[in-house]
Design a protein around this ligand. Structure first.
Ligand SMILES: Cc1cc2nc3c(=O)[nH]c(=O)nc-3n(C[C@H](O)[C@H](O)[C@H](O)COP(=O)(O)OP(=O)(O)OC[C@H]3O[C@@H](n4cnc5c(N)ncnc54)[C@H](O)[C@@H]3O)c2cc1C
Length: 471
């Protein structure tokens, strides 16, 4: 029996396991997926816990619900990878492999910032872990006045729009609880604006300005002074806080660093387009653990999974991998008050304004707040960790803000799509709209900005604002 081992059963690993299980002959191949956790965490849902919208039960589901029959699921801690011997060592055993997929994601490392741990859980919280989000909920519930600072320590960090999500949700939360005039909200970032790309950054910067949220750019945090409740930059600038919501440095898994497979921060050097691990034979990487220059997001892991599975099978068949991954990312940004903003981009095309999936019609708006964006976000969020059954096969949809996009992208045009966990009749909409699903499938093969805004693109070209390599 030949063997594929998948390390990590989060968004990326689980999707790859589902695809490979359909591609590889069960009588010849054993697929094993290893994860330290038995429960799947719907990480996008962490964002809503501090504001009392979600609770713990809304973001957890047993992982085995998403792992297909025939794939061996091992709950264990990966501690070492021996790429010469093709062997993975875990806390409780050893697993040989013929091909390996690394999908161990990334994690926050607050201990990397001087002084941060001294205030952790007292006046400093995170919402990037379940425990952090639950503790922050307890703090926000009784926060009636003072200054909340959201600090991004450094890039890259997962879900680049999550800090904006948080400050917009905070603005909404304190408005509806009647204390917004007594609460100051400040976003402190090492970037020169609220987002990395120029068109989106300019457009998105309007939102904090209109919501009375202060933005402090160019701030590289060096330390936290918990006694005086300030964060201090390498240049010596200080920002005071009553409550610090931290996005500490993000790092890949320690086992990858120990195995000399990653860079010192834990990210696997990965080919941007084929997703093959560089300098390693028969190893592919997916999702947040890669060093590819696109967002660390569930939607990205989804788009990567088809390239990875196809290329792994090609290598097995003796063919070269194809450079088909283009950095595609899709993000819904909750802007509060039942509105959301949609961003869609890839390596070459930055997020641009427009309508999606139909030019001029939408119903979704790119880089703009809209009720229909929020409606979509809610429809998909409310199903939270859910599974779609495509032609009788379970396909994981574990980042449900992208659930619809994911479901429709993997659905063959002729298949019946059934979304589980239907909580109200409106969630039957995907079944009632096969044509929309097919068009979404079509559009999701490239960034929406590129597909749907020809006139806008033309004006950008004329004004010289289009990325050089855009064709
Ligand atoms: C607050 C927040 C909001 C977000 N919002 C969005 C959003 O709106 N849209 C979006 O697309 N993305 C969003 N994301 C990002 C998204 O959740 C991640 O990008 C996605 O989960 C990455 O998938 P992955 O498979 O690479 O890693 P993960 O899903 O994190 O999975 C990694 C898995 O590896 C396991 N693992 C790690 N190390 C080991 C080890 N040594 N041994 C055994 N198991 C191990 C972990 O237990 C985990 O199950 C958000 C994330 C956060 C934190």
């Amino acid at each position: 029996m030949r063997k594929v081992a998948i390390l990590g059963s989060g968004a990326g690993g689980t999707m790859v396991a589902n695809t490979l299980q359909q591609e590889l002959d069960e009588s010849e191949w054993q697929i094993t997926i290893i994860d330290r956790e038995e429960e799947h965490h719907f990480q996008s849902g962490y964002l809503f816990i501090p504001f009392g919208v979600y609770s713990k039960n809304d973001v957890l589901k047993p992982k085995k619900e998403f792992i297909p029959q025939g794939v061996e699921f091992v709950v264990d801690e990966v501690v070492n990878i021996d790429k010469d011997q093709r062997r993975v060592k875990t806390a409780m055993g050893e697993y040989d492999y013929d091909w390996l997929v690394i999908a161990t994601g990334c994690r926050i490392a607050p201990e990397e910032i001087d002084g941060m741990m001294a205030g952790w859980g007292k006046d400093i919280f995170d919402f990037y872990t379940l425990e952090g989000a639950i503790e922050l909920r307890k703090k926000l519930k009784y926060f009636k006045s003072g200054k909340i600072v959201l600090n991004i320590a450094e890039i890259p960090y997962k879900c680049p729009i999550a800090p904006l999500d948080f400050v917009f949700m905070a603005d909404w939360f304190f408005t509806v609880t009647g204390v917004r005039d007594k609460v100051d909200i400040e976003l402190v970032t090492p970037l020169d604006n609220v987002f990395t790309k120029p068109v989106a950054a300019k457009k998105l910067a309007e939102f904090p300005a209109n919501k009375n949220i202060k933005v402090t750019p160019h701030f590289d945090i060096a330390q936290v002074n918990t006694d005086e409740k300030t964060i201090e930059s390498h240049k010596g600038d200080k920002v005071g806080y009553d409550l610090l919501v931290a996005i500490p440095p993000n790092m890949g898994d320690q086992a990858l660093i120990d195995s000399d497979i990653s860079d010192p921060v834990g990210y696997v050097p990965t080919d941007n387009h084929t997703l093959k691990a560089e300098n390693a034979d028969r190893i592919f990487a997916i999702g947040d653990t890669t060093n590819v220059p696109t967002s660390k997001a569930g939607s990205v892991a989804h788009y990567m999974s088809s390239t990875l599975a196809e290329n792994l099978v090609r290598e097995i068949d003796g063919e070269d991998p194809l450079p088909t991954f283009d950095g595609h990312a899709t993000c819904f940004l909750a802007s509060g008050f039942e509105k959301a903003i949609l961003l869609d981009f890839n390596y070459d095309v930055e997020p641009l304004p427009g309508k999606f999936p139909f030019p001029g019609m939408g119903p979704f708006s790119l880089l703009q707040e809209s009720l229909s964006n929020h409606f979509f976000l809610l429809r998909t969020s409310s199903t939270q960790p859910s599974a779609a059954i495509i032609l009788g096969k379970p396909v994981v949809v574990n980042d449900s803000r992208t659930a619809w996009a994911i479901s429709s992208a993997v659905a063959p045009a002729s298949s019946a799509l059934r979304v589980l966990d239907i909580t109200d009749p409106l969630e039957l909409a995907p079944m009632a709209m096969p044509s929309l699903i097919r068009s979404w499938h079509f559009w999701s093969s490239g960034p929406a900005s590129r597909q749907v805004c020809p006139s806008f693109l033309k004006s950008l070209k004329t004004s010289g604002n289009l990325p050089e390599n855009f064709s």
